[in-house]
Design a protein around this ligand. Structure first.
Ligand SMILES: NC(=O)c1ccc[n+]([C@@H]2O[C@H](COP(=O)([O-])OP(=O)(O)OC[C@H]3O[C@@H](n4cnc5c(N)ncnc54)[C@H](OP(=O)(O)O)[C@@H]3O)[C@@H](O)[C@H]2O)c1
Length: 432
């Protein structure tokens, strides 16, 4: 595929999300393209209000009038046919749209298959219909689809960005991976419009300063360690944790989308051979916590058999007779932690290496790169723990101030509850 610079209108979904906002900021800064952004809203006015708030957050400042005028915020729900738009609106949007960047998805690991299918697969099918109509009406460039490296499922060893396992539950850790793979298959098996697929691994904070407002995935176990709530963690296989900065992923998408991609459809935005592992994640989280004056857990990493025994033990303790209230209480607290952790447990045994040699080279030439993985881990841990996970400004020269801000982390599982939704976003105790 030859080089196609963005100059014509781009429709971007998921603009309100963590990655979508970063992509929008880059499109505004580095291309002249007009943007159309469907967002979920109950009225056009609400769509505009959500848009204005999103743009402020994406730019981290008030947008200029010219920037604001370049984005048209419209009501749109990807789960609905025509995104819920009237026929005339649908036609108008298709007539205008030249490229699509499809970021919207549910990143929850714990949805049932039907629900995940509606958002991640049917949603993609609705966008594909728009692309096909746009192509018929006047011209369409490319459907840029944001997938995940974990669409490769439970494959082990080195995989390239086109690796797609058969659609069987056993090949995937959860409905998220499976439906992201299904969406890819849908796009890969059609030939009506050109498709490019971007597969980031775990998207973390900024690669330079660690900044983030998305406290999911790696940050959940990091917070538990920092709060002294994680005495034990499962660990098996190579236990690889592949994570990249949101800036790298957004720059990578915008750069690769405008590059000569040859015949390649899938593109990894991953740490690849540089990925760190669960032990390194734990060691860094503990060390940075101590640097900020905390008393972290120093979790013991246990293999699958001991982890299984532990979870059984906790279950038995939770059901202990009322005459043993301490055991019951311990069991119930433990059970609560384990329940939140369950969706992430499979990610402590990842043996997949996401080959990124081609992409790293292409992006390196364009000046888009990631720091070494362990440096990156240190950067995001410093920002996360130094801001007490977004609750206060980063204090780097007076760590006692940070600790004073949030004294005495609560003990094992008892403190901050593990928040509800388990998402790609929210590896409760262990990285995804
Ligand atoms: N975060 C990661 O670690 C990670 C890693 C690899 C790949 N990815 C991929 O990157 C993409 C963006 O993820 P993210 O982390 O930015 O997730 P996010 O912060 O949860 O954002 C998801 C976006 O999708 C939108 N959305 C969800 N359902 C929708 C619907 N029915 N109609 C319209 N919009 C809908 C959300 O809109 P609302 O604001 O209305 O909810 C939001 O804008 C996803 O495709 C994900 O699979 C993420």
């Amino acid at each position: 595929m030859s080089k196609q610079e963005f100059s014509k209108p781009i429709l971007i979904t998921g603009a309100t999300g963590f990655l979508g906002r970063a992509v929008i900021a880059r499109l505004l800064a580095s291309t002249p393209a007009e943007l159309i952004a469907p967002v979920r809203a109950t009225s056009q006015q609400m769509a505009q209000e959500r848009g204005a708030e999103t743009l402020r957050s994406a730019l981290d400042r008030e947008p200029t009038a010219a920037e604001a005028a370049r984005i048209r915020w419209v009501r749109g729900d990807i789960e609905e046919a025509q995104l819920g738009m009237s026929d005339s609106m649908w036609q108008a949007v298709a007539t205008t749209t030249h490229d699509i960047i499809h970021c919207a998805a549910s990143v929850r690991f714990d949805l049932d298959l039907d629900e995940a299918q509606r958002i991640n697969v049917d949603g993609t099918a609705h966008l594909l219909e728009l692309a096909v109509l746009a192509s018929r009406l006047g011209g369409f460039g490319c459907f840029h689809h944001v997938s995940t490296a974990y669409a490769a499922g439970t494959a082990s060893g080195l995989v390239d960005a086109d690796h797609l396992p058969a659609d069987s539950a056993g090949n995937f850790r959860n409905t998220y991976e499976r439906t992201k793979a299904r969406a890819e298959r849908l796009l890969r098996e059609q030939d009506r419009v050109e498709v490019a697929i971007y597969r980031p691994s775990i998207v973390g904070g900024d690669s330079v300063d660690g900044e983030t407002d998305n406290w999911n995935v790696l940050y959940a176990p990091m917070r538990m360690i920092a709060n002294g709530q994680l005495p034990v963690m499962p660990n098996s296989g190579l236990a690889l944790v592949d994570s990249v900065g949101v800036d790298y992923v957004a720059d990578g998408i915008v750069t690769l989308a405008q590059s000569d991609r040859g015949d390649y459809v899938g593109h990894h935005l991953t740490a690849g051979p540089d990925a760190f592992n669960v032990s390194q994640f734990v060691d860094t989280s503990v060390a940075i916590s101590k640097l900020f004056g905390r008393t972290p857990s120093e979790p013991q990493l246990v293999g699958p058999a001991r982890w299984a025994a532990l979870t059984t033990g906790v279950g038995l303790a939770a059901r202990a007779p009322k005459s043993a209230p301490k055991v019951r209480r311990w069991g119930r607290l433990g059970e609560r932690g384990l329940k939140g952790f369950a969706p992430y447990s499979p990610y402590t045994g990842v043996s997949t290496r996401f080959d990124n040699r081609r992409e790293r080279l292409m992006l390196g030439v364009a000046g888009v790169s990631m720091p070494p993985a362990l440096d990156y881990l240190e950067t995001i841990a410093t920002y996360a723990i130094g801001t007490n996970f977004g609750k206060q400004p980063l204090v780097t020269n007076d760590v006692s101030a940070v600790v004073d801000g949030e004294p005495a982390a609560p003990p094992l599982i008892e403190g901050e509850p593990v928040e509800g939704d388990a998402t790609e976003g929210e590896a409760v105790e262990v990285a995804r």
